[in-house]
Design a protein around this ligand. Structure first.
Ligand SMILES: NC(=O)c1ccc[n+]([C@@H]2O[C@H](COP(=O)([O-])OP(=O)(O)OC[C@H]3O[C@@H](n4cnc5c(N)ncnc54)[C@H](O)[C@@H]3O)[C@@H](O)[C@H]2O)c1
Ligand SMILES: [Fe+2]
Length: 393
């Protein structure tokens, strides 16, 4: 446990059903009048975005919408969006959607700020270990999935289309100024997305809890995330209309996001990113594919923490000793994947030859991301290769 703590969180958070209607008031408090809304095509056509724009219209706030975002944001979309932001003379960004629109807006903001000094700059110039701290405008984040926690994190993930690398970009510029966390926006999320995003949030809570960079503050939020998600994910998946489950999942995802913004994610995410980038598996699902094997591998280095996580999530009974409770965690994670229909890489349709061919590159990319060094058990390259092989199916 670290005594020294760095705590990152938005300046303002509004949490609760219907809170999206307060966005115009937040714009007024921030003194902004011309937002660019960043969202995805589904949000626009499904009219979910009306819940946001109706309040802006009523307040006479003039906005534009950039809805060309793609799942797992790319450098090219980010560059296009940054151009719109710069040329439109906007004074604020409102990210509305899942992690993909939120991360796109964050990266657009970083690129637009840098553009003032160097108009030719590429977003890859900001990937870790650099800190991206300068923004062009304040960013308000409104999540519509209970998953990434991007509304409260200091990270954005952007795919480099030159080499298919999912680049992790970190810094104060990626941290929204305000987050509006309204679970009612998630009531329409279909079961597959509920499962994938919910599992992503669970991994944030678990990896923050066992992280080598954990401290008393990240533990507080990680415990809350583990409990809320552990007890409500299956219900939100099976009963999409269950408001209690949706509300718990949304809060759990936000708390897990705060936890992993303080104590960053570890080996599960490191190994999931290359799977997402090369095989276009969704972020949450690729994490879930790796979760049981990486947890089993990491257990011996933080048995007490894994055991406590297992109890908090409602997987292990309170009287179980650490060894049994942590073994139960692995079994329950395997079961959760079955119940939530998470396929193995093989069952997802990834051919064994492609898996083997890309394995060395994926292992290199996982190591290069620096996330493995947050893991309780730090892997050698050979361990990563073996874990990819064990997870295949
Ligand atoms: N910045 C961070 O801290 C952080 C953390 C984890 C993941 N990420 C990134 O987030 C991205 C994934 O985000 P995601 O999992 O939220 O997926 P997403 O944003 O790609 O959305 C997944 C799908 O769900 C749909 N959807 C979203 N909200 C909906 C709603 N209310 N009703 C119906 N459908 C809805 C979207 O249109 C899309 O088709 C990845 O790029 C990942 O790398 C970022
Ligand atoms: Fe994640």
């Amino acid at each position: 446990m670290n005594n020294q703590a760095y705590i990152y969180a938005p300046r303002y958070m509004e949490i609760g059903g219907g809170s999206v209607s307060g966005t115009a008031a937040i714009c007024r408090r921030l003194g902004v009048t011309r937002p660019l809304i960043v969202t995805d095509p589904f949000m626009k056509t499904s009219r979910l975005i009306d819940r946001l724009t109706v309040g802006l219209d009523a307040s006479g706030i003039e906005y534009s919408i950039f809805s060309d975002t793609v799942p797992d944001p790319t450098d090219t979309v980010v560059a296009r969006g940054a151009k719109v932001l710069i040329e439109g003379n906007f004074d604020c960004l409102i990210a509305f959607g899942g992690g993909s629109p939120m991360d796109t807006a964050k990266a657009m903001n970083i690129l637009a700020a840098a553009h003032r000094l160097d108009p030719g700059i590429h977003i890859r110039e900001f990937k870790l270990p650099l800190n991206a701290d300068a923004t062009a405008v304040p960013l308000i984040a409104v999540p519509t999935t209970a998953g990434t926690g991007s509304e409260v994190t200091r990270f954005t993930v952007v795919t480099d289309t030159v080499n298919n690398e999912k680049m992790l970009i970190s810094g104060l510029a990626a941290l929204p100024v305000a987050a509006i966390v309204d679970f009612e926006l998630t009531m329409t999320v279909p079961p597959r997305v509920t499962a994938d995003t919910g599992l992503d949030a669970f991994v944030h809570a678990l990896e923050a809890f066992v992280s080598r960079r954990a401290n008393a503050h990240s533990d507080l939020f990680a415990r809350s995330g583990l409990s809320l998600i552990g007890h409500h994910l299956r219900r939100a998946y099976a009963e999409p209309g269950d408001r209690l489950a949706r509300e718990a999942m949304m809060l759990g995802a936000t708390h897990a996001g705060i936890a992993c913004s303080i104590a960053p994610v570890a080996l599960v995410h490191a190994m999931a990113r290359p799977i997402g980038a090369h095989f276009h598996v969704s972020h949450g699902m690729s994490n879930a594919m790796m979760l049981p094997v990486v947890t089993e591998y990491s257990l011996p280095s933080a048995l007490d923490k894994y055991a406590e996580a297992s109890r908090i999530a409602g997987f292990a009974r309170s009287e179980m000793d650490d060894e049994t409770a942590s073994r139960t965690l692995v079994e329950m994670l395997q079961r959760l994947n079955r119940e939530l229909s998470v396929p193995s890489p093989r069952n997802y349709g990834i051919s064994p030859t492609e898996w083997q061919r890309l394995l060395p590159l994926m292992a290199d990319q996982a190591l290069a991301s620096s996330s493995p060094y947050n893991n309780p058990r730090i892997p050698a390259r050979g361990d990563i290769v073996a874990l990819y092989q064990a997870s295949y199916g």
